[in-house]
Write a protein that binds this ligand. Structure first.
Ligand SMILES: Cc1cc2nc3c(=O)[nH]c(=O)nc-3n(C[C@H](O)[C@H](O)[C@H](O)COP(=O)(O)OP(=O)(O)OC[C@H]3O[C@@H](n4cnc5c(N)ncnc54)[C@H](O)[C@@H]3O)c2cc1C
Length: 437
């Protein structure tokens, strides 16, 4: 809480969507006075360098948890209206559907034709050969029971003309522009950081927090970080309030938090022509794997079909995003810039979406990337938003596969916790970190 003179030194750890929306809403809280309060955001590598820059960006009224989803959905709309989100971060309402279809057998394109442009490839440590075992395909769990309950057989919409008819697609509607929307996560997160900085937040990139200091009375007192701009020299700054928003890295600054990490790969494609605004959850039956002998290829008979479920999101400006399932093959590295991107997993995503769409097959792959999703290892699920039980120490982390959707509500609630001592805008007791600490 406040120091004796009422001044606050608020330190946010992490510049993903949660840290950046927290910074934004702290500066919009009625009690915030830039002459009295100091807000510092410490980001270890780059703003939106992790999942917040590599997510799909779907927003849905049927996302979870229901305690904050409606508030956050509304805040997304308000933020877009206020700051020109349509142009600035690609906010728009969309149709969402589940598409069940058959995939076509395809010739794999040559590596040179599918490589991303220089500087747009991500994850950077080269291909890693992986074994396909039980931990290699883990659902991101966006298709929850609640989401599936929204299915209604609607027939294939005529605007959805970029799924090949020979794949026999069956479309079930999950959302329409009254219930589903999207943002470009990287653009949204960086815009939040810029808007917070304009109101006085000191955003320090390249600042990796090593310790949270506690005073004799047990409350937070300081934060120590390695300053990348100063040769990694350690700096300690005073703190009355610390907001931990380090996503899957939360345990590295606060070990009691039960937050785990799940890796996921994704790609972006510039389609061969602009495609309509749909987000698709797919269920694709691939033909048996092709084999090659003596230069001629054949399809082995009798093998069971493989089912794959890439999520495909059309975005403004002629971009399509697609992601696959998660895996636990490579543990969380020390920072976002050390995340291993397995090129073969990215290629699988490209092949799977190409199997149902000419526009994607004939398009240009513009990014291949990987990141880690923050999951809460507790029955209550995530996220954790609120007090830890230590004076001045707050958590906003563990947003699983809905952190983009739930970022604004989380930021608003954090601003209320810090300035008022409780979250008022939503009934969020179920998210109280003390339930699981
Ligand atoms: C493939 C995929 C698709 C997704 N699609 C969607 C979607 O469509 N809709 C949706 O709502 N959500 C989606 N998500 C989920 C969403 O991306 C995450 O829930 C959200 O990005 C988590 O944000 P965060 O800020 O908590 O974590 P992160 O984005 O991981 O940010 C944490 C930040 O903390 C920094 N950090 C870590 N340790 C330190 C330290 N010691 N000091 C300083 N900084 C530190 C990191 O560098 C990082 O920048 C998706 C996720 C994945 C993986």
């Amino acid at each position: 809480m406040a120091a004796e003179d009422g001044r606050k030194n608020i330190v946010i750890i992490g510049g993903g969507i949660i840290g950046c929306t927290s910074a934004y809403f702290l500066t919009r809280h009625p009690s915030y006075d830039p002459n009295k309060h100091k807000i510092t955001l410490l980001e270890a590598t780059k703003i939106a360098g992790g999942a917040s820059g590599k997510a799909g960006g779907l927003l849905a009224l049927w996302a979870y948890p229901s305690s904050i989803v409606p508030l956050s959905y509304l805040l997304h709309k308000q933020l877009s209206d206020e700051h020109g989100g349509e142009a600035r971060w690609g906010y728009r309402t969309i149709h969402v559907g589940q598409v069940d279809c058959r995939g076509r057998a395809l010739e794999r394109k040559s590596e040179s034709s599918v490589k991303g442009k220089d500087g747009e490839m991500d994850g950077g440590n080269g291909p890693t050969k992986v074994e396909r075992n039980g931990e290699a395909h883990v659902s991101l769990q966006k298709r929850s029971k609640e989401a599936m309950a929204k299915l209604s057989a609607a027939g294939m919409p005529k605007e959805l003309d970029w799924v090949a008819p020979e794949c026999d697609p069956v479309y079930d509607e999950m959302g329409d522009p009254s219930t589903t929307a999207q943002v470009h996560p990287f653009q949204f997160t960086t815009a939040m950081a810029e808007l917070a900085a304009e109101k006085g937040v000191d955003v320090r990139v390249g600042s990796s927090v090593t310790d949270i200091g506690y005073g004799k009375k047990g409350g937070v007192e300081s934060v120590t970080y390695k300053d990348g701009k100063n040769g990694g020299k350690k700096e300690t700054i005073p703190a009355t309030d610390v907001v931990i928003a380090a996503g899957p890295w939360t345990q590295s600054v606060y070990p009691p938090a039960p937050i785990a990490a799940l890796r996921a790969h994704s790609v972006t494609i510039r389609p061969s022509r602009p495609v309509s605004a749909f987000a698709l959850f797919t269920h694709i039956k691939l033909p048996p794997k092709e084999k090659k002998t003596n230069g001629s290829k054949f399809f082995s008979r009798g093998q069971s079909e493989e089912i794959v479920n890439p999520e495909i999101y059309a975005r403004p400006h002629n971009e399509v995003y697609a992601c696959g399932e998660g895996d636990r093959l490579v543990p969380l590295p020390a920072s976002t810039n050390l995340v291993e991107c397995d090129e073969s997993r990215c290629q699988d995503i490209v092949d799977h979406v190409s199997a149902i769409s000419d526009e994607l097959r004939d398009g240009e792959v513009t990014a291949r990337q990987a990141c880690y999703l923050p999951n809460v290892n507790a029955e209550s699920g995530g996220p954790l938003v609120g007090p830890t039980g230590t004076k001045g120490l707050w958590i906003a982390a563990g947003h699983t596969c809905w952190g983009i959707q739930n970022g604004p509500a989380t930021g608003k609630l954090i601003s209320e916790f810090v300035f008022e001592g409780e979250g008022r805008s939503a009934k969020c007791r179920g998210l109280d970190p003390r339930n699981v600490l």
